[in-house]
Ligand binder design. Structure first.
Ligand code: ADP
Ligand code: MG
Length: 326
């Protein structure tokens, strides 16, 4: 099972940014409104993530760290199924098989916090009392310490940190209700304050995307037949446009899709190839109308009625642009 965990970890834990992704998604699942991320040496030395979510009960804490507790991989068939359909309940087990993990947590019901870590050659889980408010802190030390091939594969600290920073941007734009902070080597790099109304969201957009984008963005908000497109669009012809601001979310999930790029370009009419409009757009539709598991690690989706979706997006953008012209 240890081997199976490590193979599984290869898929889910590719680099520090993938660890951050899995852990922050857990914080959001736990209902956190604030997530603090501390990184040392690009994440290879330390990833520490603290949230104010519901916490993990003492008994669950041991389970979460017990290496194979949540691993459902027993045969090659299982492994193949996981490779093709993604992981459920595998992230912590996978990460703990390739790093030294410490969990500290307190639930509302508990009077004290507890910390769990694995120790010794048998990696027995130890649980000791700790100090922590309601919520969870997960520390991931020495990522890939026991898989040297993977460790060598890591890029420079700066590059790995950039991957984390870019991932957080994507998340911060769509989960604008969450307060995120990000530190690297003890220095606060990002402090994204939560937005609860439109003007605060524009502020956040300026902080996360760029001020230039926020100043010159055209609001989009259109609903039709169970589909909704909301967000901001920037003409590629504004002076000094922001670079590569292409954020598109389908039902809250970051997606890269040619269909969207195509519709966005078409909305502006004839555009020369070097001009690419910037956008931060959220598209929501009936989940049955879209396949998200085309490939778990890639940002692809397949719309069942792609022509229909394309035309709706095009019309929504055109109507936003025409209101601007009036
Ligand atoms: P999954 O998220 O698919 O259930 P994970 O391995 O990511 O699997 O997490 C295992 C479990 O550990 C979660 O289902 C949750 O119960 C608990 N957990 C992990 N992180 C947190 C957190 N930050 N706050 C509360 N519970 C957590
Ligand atoms: Mg998870």
């Amino acid at each position: 099972p240890q081997l199976a965990n490590q193979i599984a970890a290869g898929e889910v834990v590719e680099r520090p940014a993938s660890v951050v992704k899995e852990l922050v998604e857990n914080c959001l699942d736990a209902g956190a409104s604030r997530v603090d991320i501390e990184i040392e040496k690009g994440g290879a030395k330390l990833i520490r993530i603290r949230d104010n979510g519901c916490g993990i009960a003492k008994e669950q804490l041991e389970l979460a760290l017990a290496r194979h507790a949540t691993s459902k991989v027993t045969t090659l068939d299982d492994l193949e199924a996981i490779m093709s359909f993604g992981f459920r309940g595998e992230a912590l087990a996978s990460i703990s098989s390739v790093a030294r993990l410490t969990l500290t947590s307190k639930t509302e019901e508990q009077s004290e916090a507890w910390q769990a870590y694995a120790e010794g050659s048998q990696m027995a889980v130890k649980v000791i009392p700790a100090a922590h408010p309601v919520g969870t802190t997960i520390e991931v030390h020495d990522l890939f310490f026991n898989t040297p091939a993977r460790r060598r594969f890591l890029k420079s600290d700066k590059t790995e940190f950039t991957h984390i920073d870019e991932w957080l941007k994507r998340m911060a734009l769509v989960r604008s209700d969450i307060h995120f902070t990000l530190q690297h080597n003890g220095k606060m790099v990002r402090n994204y304050r939560p937005a609860s109304n439109e003007s605060q969201y524009i502020k956040r957009l300026g902080q996360v995307a760029s001020n230039r984008f926020a100043e010159h963005a055209v609001a989009v908000d259109c609903e039709h037949d169970g589909m909704r497109l909301r967000g901001y669009l920037q003409s590629p012809t504004v002076p000094e446009p922001s670079l590569n601001m292409h954020y598109f979310y389908v039902n809250g999930r970051y997606v890269r899709d040619r269909l969207v790029n195509h519709a966005v370009r078409q909305a502006f009419g004839e555009l020369s190839v070097e001009l690419q409009p910037n956008y931060v757009l959220q598209f929501d539709l009936d989940p049955h109308q879209v396949d998200v598991n085309v490939h778990p690690a890639k940002h692809e989706v397949r719309f069942h009625q792609s022509r229909y979706v394309h035309d709706f997006i095009l019309q929504a953008l055109q109507s936003a642009l025409s209101q601007l012209a009036e």
